[in-house]
Design a protein around this ligand. Structure first.
Ligand code: ADP
Ligand code: MG
Length: 236
């Protein structure tokens, strides 16, 4: 088995060469294996979203090596990168990022449309994904007719549209009340049980504590990396 995410010495500097140059990530080494459910936790401003953008190939590191499912992101061109991103990664954001005036069903179908999936296949797959997140009954509603929790369920269904290797969620419960957050976390746990690899970025220690592996980021560096199974095994 090889890691899905493999980073060596990742640095990220904003405004390189300018007066306001600022190094945010200071040499991140990270490996995430297929089937892991990893929380990346850290205070606001610790660099979580910066790291997420690099993991998700939305942004490139200033220095360091990053292999996403074996592909060296430095050598990949723009088109290859967006293809890798569409196929390998499903994104879930704090603010849902659903397309307005467009049904839940259509929102989930869109990534498949871009991936060239046939209309019939898109329709049946979107319906199935919405069923998995408990949104089948509301699949013809538009985002403005849905609650925050319902929007996030649709966003999770959309993130799964092209059956990505990794689900990358940045503060997915940040805009939700605690009960709704619970439902969303339960969906992530269920997806993990089904074998999906998940990277969950959160500033909530409480949510992170539910995850089998917890990585703590502080001021742009990994200061802790705990696996629960390892701790359990060590106890025996
Ligand atoms: P977190 O997600 O942990 O709250 P971020 O990764 O968003 O942290 O931000 C880390 C630091 O990087 C912050 O100090 C932020 O101001 C800075 N930062 C983020 N994006 C940019 C940018 N595009 N240009 C300059 N600085 C940025
Ligand atoms: Mg952030």
């Amino acid at each position: 088995m090889k890691p899905l995410i493999e980073m060596h010495g990742i640095f990220k500097t904003y405004n390189v060469g300018a007066e306001n140059e600022l190094e945010i990530l200071h040499g991140i080494d990270l490996q995430v294996w297929p089937g892991e459910f990893v929380a990346i936790v850290g205070e606001s401003g610790s660099g979580k979203s910066t790291l997420m953008n690099i993991i998700g190939v939305l942004d490139k590191p200033t220095a360091g090596l990053y292999f996403l499912d074996g592909v060296d992101v430095r050598t990949a061109g723009r088109d290859e990168m967006s293809e890798v991103r569409n196929k390998k990664i499903g994104f879930v954001f704090q603010n849902f990022n659903l397309i307005a005036r467009t049904t839940a069903q259509r929102n989930v179908e869109l990534p498949m449309l871009y991936a060239g999936v046939s209309a019939a296949e898109r329709q049946s797959r979107a319906t199935e994904l919405l069923r998995r997140v408990g949104m089948e009954q509301r699949r013809f509603h538009q985002p403005n007719e849905l609650s925050g929790g319902q929007k996030q369920r649709v966003a999770i269904a959309r993130s799964l549209a092209n059956d990505p290797a990794i689900l990358l969620a940045d503060e997915p419960t940040g805009a939700l009340d605690s009960q709704t957050s619970r439902h969303v976390m339960d969906i992530f746990h269920e997806l993990h049980r089904q074998g999906k690899t998940i990277v969950l970025i959160t500033h909530s220690q409480e949510l992170a504590a539910e995850c089998p592996r917890i990585i703590t980021l502080r001021d742009g560096a990994i200061v802790a990396d705990h696996r629960k199974e390892a701790m359990l095994h060590a106890a025996f």
